[in-house]
Design a protein around this ligand. Structure first.
Ligand code: ADP
Length: 260
């Protein structure tokens, strides 16, 4: 049972979720909502729990307490999990396969992993390459690509099954400014009709592509709003005074007001 209105506008939700590694608590009753269209940026300093949140939403891990809802389904249900996972793309941090496969073969391998029927695989690969602007390098081995080209090939592999929700963990790390720009342009196009959730610590990622920003701090969501709203906030407002490392938010603030 769910409310259809919420399902339509929400791609994923954590409700009162707690998570700990052994006896080290990372998330303490976190609530968050990811809208179903556009790019949502999950911001937080190193160690704030961004990867932990993404692993929960990607149903790689399970919470100690609370509810994980993805694409309108409760991830605690084994039958729901199958449906969720078939509609989900996940690019983990620093995913960087190399080896002898060329780009097209690599993406086709993911189409096979995703159980796309043989007759639709070629078409799916072609579309994924087009969307990520990697068609030109279809025949090149992964090991010969630049960082930016390789990251777009990784992205192609993550979207070949046309996921409704795409989750990316720090996807722009290690790319130079031009490569980051190119990557975000590709992402923005994909997010016109789908949901993209990415973690980042780069302000320019937020200012450039995000429609929603979530700031993770001390195991909770300290801010949830638009990039412009975040730019208007003083850090004392966001999660209580001194709740956020001041330098971090100051950088966000200045960058956003500078770019909007
Ligand atoms: P972020 O992605 O924001 O850098 P993480 O979710 O990776 O944060 O980590 C949150 C906290 O949990 C950090 O303090 C990290 O050291 C700790 N942590 C992450 N993974 C593990 C693990 N497998 N075992 C123990 N502690 C972990």
């Amino acid at each position: 049972h769910h409310h259809s209105g919420e399902t339509a506008s929400t791609a994923a939700r954590l409700g009162a979720v707690s998570f700990a590694y052994r006896d080290r608590p990372v998330l303490t009753g976190i609530d968050l909502t990811v809208p179903s269209v556009g790019v949502t940026a999950l911001l937080g300093v190193n160690g704030s729990g961004k990867t932990t949140v993404l692993n929960l939403l990607a149903t790689v891990t399970q919470p100690a307490a609370g509810t994980v809802e993805v694409l309108g389904r409760d991830a605690a249900s084994t039958t729901a999990l199958r449906t969720i996972r078939s509609s989900l793309g996940y690019l983990p941090q620093e995913a960087s396969w190399t080896g002898s496969l060329n780009v097209a073969e690599f993406v086709e391998y993911f189409a096979w992993l995703r159980r796309l029927p043989r007759r639709t695989r070629q078409g799916a690969v072609k579309r994924a390459l087009e969307r990520t602007d990697t068609t030109r390098m279809a025949g090149r081995r992964l090991s010969t690509l630049s960082g930016g080209e390789r990251q777009r090939a990784m992205l192609a592999s993550a979207i070949v099954h046309e996921p409704a929700l795409l989750i990316l963990d720090e996807p722009t790390v290690g790319l130079d400014p031009e490569q980051r720009h190119h990557f975000r342009r590709v992402l923005a196009e994909f997010a016109e009709s789908r949901c993209v959730l990415l973690s980042t610590h780069l302000l320019e990622d937020v200012a450039d592509v995000a429609s929603t920003v979530l700031v993770l701090h001390a195991g909770r969501i300290a801010f949830d709003g638009s990039p412009a709203e975040l730019g208007e906030r003083s850090w004392d407002d966001v999660g209580g005074s001194r709740a956020i490392e001041q330098g971090f938010l100051r950088t966000i603030n200045e960058g956003i007001s500078g770019q909007c």
